[in-house]
Design a protein around this ligand. Structure first.
Ligand code: GAL
Ligand code: MG
Length: 995
């Protein structure tokens, strides 16, 4: 094996020039009926191959490609070998998994040798092309003992002409795959690092002269009515006669012509235009020499108009996007059409209309699916060299830009960008080409960008990584069409938007969806809606990356992440930052995002008018949605119906006059549910598109006055205050500053002393502030009581207690003056006046924690549910009346963390199987959570399958809980969502259930 793998000047040996992806068919009928998988001109070599793994390429025997019995194992193709027990998994984000010494990679470079036989009925009139759609990281090919070629760029197709290598009958193909090559320096994407032939391998059987490549262009007249569809062709060897036929979206032939020279075009009057909401496509058939190529054609025109708006067919569009990796907990990088369709279905069901293929091209049929089902794509090149930022010494920017400027890598970077563009250039879905991700900037990126702009001027060019600028270079961004950023804080973003931009603005990554989150989706959406030139964003990211490791003995699924494989370096659970769990179960974050990007928004105007705004770019509201309403009082439905005849153009508004007939007190809401008026791909008629909730009236019911009792008795010892009547006996602990027993009608309502609570199990988004919290001792705060006083006043027991919360080592965090009043019915009212030490960081939460007898695990609440909700993350929930249990309320994040809180609650009631329990109310809305787990357990455990339930049910009643944000990668939690008041008062009333 020649050392091509450490030579960035030799990227491919024996490969064909890049071309658009297509699979030829033997007949028009076959081409129209099947996808490439069904073509008889494709001989699929995927399947079981013989295999041998060498932990070092040095150990591979000489001339192994000639040796018959060498490969004694078997492995499926496509797959990654780490999933079959070879090598080991590794998750690293920025850091390279090997020393930084380009173009050299470790001498001990793992190698997988693949081998299989295949039968061919070789026809002399045909040519044979071997295709690999994806191999990580580089590979060498031999057929029947002869060297065919070498290639790299993991996520791109490599095609070899093997006509002269194959023979009639039995043939042998050997492929040696290396784990690392010089290209690995350009494939430093944040992902699990896997190796092998991970996409299909096949042979295309083609006539001796054939169409090699073609490039589709669609153009529209000034009215966006009449279209010209043009294909520019190139041939293998010499031109061949080609018949071109155009079919309309219904499948009727609307044009047929012989191709003259290397171009063919069709004029279509009143063309049906492609967009993500209505992805209609024509079909172009190219027939030559007994071969048919069928290509879908989405007619559309992309422009920047109206002051930096990205316009499709003249209409400004907004991206409601996600970043998507090819990733699966079982199959790794290997993704089937079915798996991809599952993602696309979920995305459609959650209002997502755009995908950035972070950070490499997906399988070649993926952009076709996006074109067919209607997604806008930023198609990204297989390019990231982020790891150079970790170098010691030198300037950060210079380090970052090292490979983007290294002349040795100029052709490699251009090659990666070209492979991306060439392969997917005929897909309507691709609106934007991305040069790659986090590779710094400089001559190499500029060169690649210029090539894209000149090759495909009809699309936009994107690259976010142009922000760093090396010291002795002035970045030329003239070929970049969009201004792209990732993770700016809303305030900074708003400032940039207000200052104005000379290009459309997008966030290629934002609202980092790691763990419990993201919390700030609505805040960004407000800006997307407000600024025309802001074309939207792409959530980081679609799916949690993880490796499925089977089940525990008690049947819990084990998902592993960085560090679980004993690897170095690794980045822990930073790979699990998706909107869906590894198995594609939606996170609450996806539901949050869905409703934030709902296609309709409503608001109340004056005098009983409701205004509906149609957020879609191309579809009239009445064509896609039906609006149902329910009026609720204190969470209970009072009336319901349908708003008929709400009509609004795309981006238009409609008004409806409505009298909800509010009478009497209570909290009244108008709930509006938007349902699909008709079926569309992946969404049946009636599918819920989103909802709005409008507050009609809010007159909370006045709390009953406490009632004294003649039987009220208060006794005091050094440690305790005992308050008792014949129906209850409560003990207040003078050291803990809280109740240690609440026994009502002979039933214990708590099984441990009540605690003041400021800690929460850090969420992934708390990963930075967590250090401040731990430094401030929030996880080990202790109570110091200064003074306690108890007395009976008008038949009420009154306990006054002055205390503080302070951690070992440090000054106090909170000073609390509490007054507890207990009445004759056993009601306990605690009023806490708190003063916070402002030198300390903002609080995770403030409230009390109650340990309830295990069986007291049912809760009913009036507040934001049924999903977990926080001050900044509650758009998937609505205000209503919900019942849950501790077990149901737990959200099983793979890396355990704070979860299941409910914001804005007017009341919470808990009870056990016998009905014993109590209700909690406050003068201001509170947050609450009920869980089988303690926050300490959730803090400590690394995986959900390790969690052990507490012997009690844990109930948290909170004055406030800090917001969620997206600081796992995004900005610090916005101030308005931090619990950081200098003084605040919390009144909580506990009302035992009378049995
Ligand atoms: C971005 C990067 C992504 C991912 C993300 C953090 O900077 O482009 O690939 O690493 O951060 O999850
Ligand atoms: Mg990166």
């Amino acid at each position: 094996m020649e050392k091509y793998y450490e030579n960035p000047a030799i990227l491919h040996v024996g490969t064909m020039d890049n071309r658009a992806y297509y699979i030829p068919f033997a007949s028009r009928k076959a081409a129209l009926e099947g996808n490439g998988d069904q073509s008889e001109r494709r001989l699929l070599l995927s399947g079981t191959w013989q295999f041998r793994y060498y932990s070092s390429v040095l150990d591979v025997p000489e001339t192994f490609w000639l040796q018959d019995g060498l490969c004694q194992d078997v492995i499926p193709v496509p797959s990654v070998w780490q999933n079959y027990g070879y090598d080991r998994h590794q998750y690293t984000n920025v850091n390279y998994p090997f020393p930084y010494d380009p173009p050299y990679v470790p001498l001990e470079n793992p190698c997988g040798v693949y081998r299989r036989n295949f039968c061919l009925d070789k026809q002399e009139s045909m040519r044979y092309y071997l295709n690999y759609e994806g191999v990580d990281s580089c590979f060498y090919v031999w057929i029947n003992g002869s060297f065919v070629g070498y290639s790299q760029v993991s996520h791109s197709t490599s095609e070899f002409d093997i006509t002269d290598f194959v023979k009639q009958g039995e043939n042998v193909i050997v492929t040696a795959v290396l784990k690392w090559c010089d290209g690995s320096y350009l494939e430093d994407q944040d992902k699990l690092r896997m190796s092998g032939i991970f996409r299909d391998v096949y042979i295309l059987v083609r006539p001796s002269h054939h169409i090699r490549d073609f490039f589709l262009h669609t153009d529209l007249d000034a009215e966006y009515r009449n279209a010209v569809i043009r294909a520019d062709l190139s041939y293998f060897d010499t031109p061949v006669p080609v018949r071109a036929t155009l079919l309309d979206p219904m499948g009727c032939v609307i044009g047929e012509t012989a191709v003259e020279g290397d171009t063919v075009s069709f004029s279509v009057e009143g063309a049906m235009l492609w967009n993500a909401e209505n992805p209609v496509q024509y079909t172009l058939l190219l027939e030559s020499e007994g071969e048919t190529i069928a290509q879908k054609v989405g007619v559309r025109k992309l422009e920047i108009r109206h002051q930096n708006c990205i316009c499709l067919n003249g209409q400004p569009i907004k991206f409601r996007g996600v970043n998507r990796h090819d990733s699966d907990p079982v199959t790794g990088y290997t993704i089937s059409r079915e798996q991809a369709l599952k993602d696309l279905a979920l995305m459609k069901q959650h209002n997502i209309n755009a995908i950035r293929t972070s950070h490499y091209p997906n399988a070649p049929w993926f952009p076709q699916l996006c074109s067919e089902y209607g997604f806008y794509m930023i198609a990204e090149s297989d390019q990231e060299s982020h790891g150079s930022v970790s170098l010691i010494g030198g300037d950060f920017e210079d380090n970052y830009c090292a490979l983007a400027r290294d002349p040795r890598f100029m052709s490699a970077i251009l090659d990666r960008v070209q492979r991306n563009v060439m392969r997917d250039k005929n897909c309507a879905a691709v609106l934007i080409w991305s040069l790659g991700n986090e590779s710094g900037y400089g001559e190499n990126m500029e060169n690649a960008g210029r090539w894209v702009k000149s090759y495909d001027p009809d699309r936009l060019v994107h690259y976010e990584g142009y922000h760093p600028q090396a010291k002795d270079h002035v970045n030329d961004c003239s070929m970049l069409d969009v201004y792209s950023r990732m993770y700016p804080a809303c305030a900074d973003l708003e400032k940039e938007l207000r200052d104005g931009m000379d290009k459309p603005y997008i966030l290629c990554e934002y609202i980092h969806a790691m763990g419990n989150g993201p919390g700030d989706a609505e805040d960004y959406q407000r800006l997307i809606d407000q600024y025309d030139g802001f074309a939207g964003g792409f959530v980081w990211e679609w799916c949690d990356h993880s490796v499925y490791m089977g089940k525990t003995e008690d049947g819990k699924r084990k998902y592993f992440y960085g560090g679980d494989f004993g690897e170095f370096p690794h980045d822990g659970n930073f790979c699990m930052d998706g909107l869906v769990f590894p198995d594609r179960t939606p996170h609450n974050g996806l539901k949050e995002y869905k409703n934030v990007i709902r296609p309709i928004r409503a608001r109340l105007l004056e005098d009983g008018w409701i205004e509906f705004e149609n957020k879609l770019d191309f579809t009239r509201l009445e064509e896609y949605a039906q609006i149902a309403y329910t009026v609720t009082r204190d969470g209970v439905p009072v009336s319901e119906g349908i708003f008929d005849g709400v009509e609004a153009a795309p981006h238009g508004k409609a008004k409806v006059l409505f009298d909800p007939k509010v009478s009497g007190g209570g909290t009244w809401y108008l709930n509006l549910t938007y349902r699909a008026a008709k079926a569309w791909p992946f969404c049946g008629a009636g599918h819920e598109l989103g909802f709005d909730q409008l507050l009609l009236a809010d007159e909370p019911v006045a709390v009953e006055a406490l009632k004294g009792s003649a039987a009220m008795a208060v006794a005091e010892t050094k440690r305790q205050i005992i308050v008792a009547t014949p129906t209850f006996r409560y003990i207040f602990d003078k050291v803990a500053g809280q109740f240690s027993a609440l026994v009502f009608q002979n039933q214990a309502l708590i099984s441990k002393p009540v605690e003041f609570n400021i800690w929460r199990a850090p969420t992934d988004n708390d990963r930075t502030v967590r250090q401040e919290w731990e430094r401030a001792g929030y996880d080990r705060a202790t109570v110091r009581v200064y003074e306690t006083e108890a007395r009976v006043e008008d038949g009420l027991a009154v306990i006054e207690c002055h205390l503080s919360l302070a951690p070992l080592v440090l000054q106090k965090i909170l000073d609390i003056r509490m007054r507890c009043v207990i009445d004759g019915e056993g009601r306990v009212e605690m009023s806490m006046h708190c003063q916070k030490e402002m030198a300390m960081p903002y609080l995770p939460r403030f409230g009390v924690r109650l340990f309830l007898p295990k069986g007291m695990d049912t809760a009913k609440y009036l507040g934001y549910g049924p999903l977990e909700s926080y001050v900044d993350k509650h758009r998937a929930s609505y205000w209503g009346c919900f019942t849950t249990t501790a077990a149901q309320n737990h959200v099983d994040y793979i890396k355990p963390q704070e979860n299941g809180s409910h914001w804005g609650c007017a009341s919470v009631e808990v009870w056990d199987g016998s009905g014993a329990g109590f209700k909690a109310v406050s003068s201001k809305p509170i947050s609450f959570s009920i869980s089988p787990y303690t926050q300490e357990e959730l803090t400590q455990k690394a995986h959900n399958f390790e969690l052990e339930e507490d012997e009690n049910t844990v109930l948290c009643l909170d004055y406030g809980v800090s917001g969620i944000g997206s600081n796992s990668c995004g900005p610090r939690l916005m101030e308005q969502y931090q619990l950081n008041e200098e003084t605040f008062a919390f009144t909580l009333r506990l009302i035992p259930r009378d049995l």
